[in-house]
Design a protein around this ligand. Sequence first.
Ligand code: FES
Length: 125
Amino acid sequence: MRGDEELAIARWSALGDRQPTMVRVGEVELVLVRDGDALSVLYGRCPHRGAPMGDARVEGESLLCAEHGWDFRLDTGVSEANTEDCLHRFASRIDRRRDAVMVDRREVERFFLEHPHALRRDDFL
Ligand code: FES
């Protein structure tokens, strides 16, 4: 990521350990999970029926959707139960000097263009 393409989306020190946190970047919802010094930034809506992954819980190395328990690994976003199911994992880094979580603005914009369903937040059943 080049500096001018990075976007600060959260304060690193404000993230609770293994506590999913939702952040919205434009029309795209992301879920951030801090695990010690590690960070995962994943798409924030479950591919099953669109539940917000900010309500999910961390179990072992995975994020489990609060609705029906679909699992997604923190390090890849891929489900161990069915590898065809996944949450997109965004490139990210921790800027400790600025106490900020950084993502690539262009990647988020590209994701939105390729996944216009990201707009339909009210479709969650
Ligand atoms: S909505 Fe996530 S498992 Fe059903």
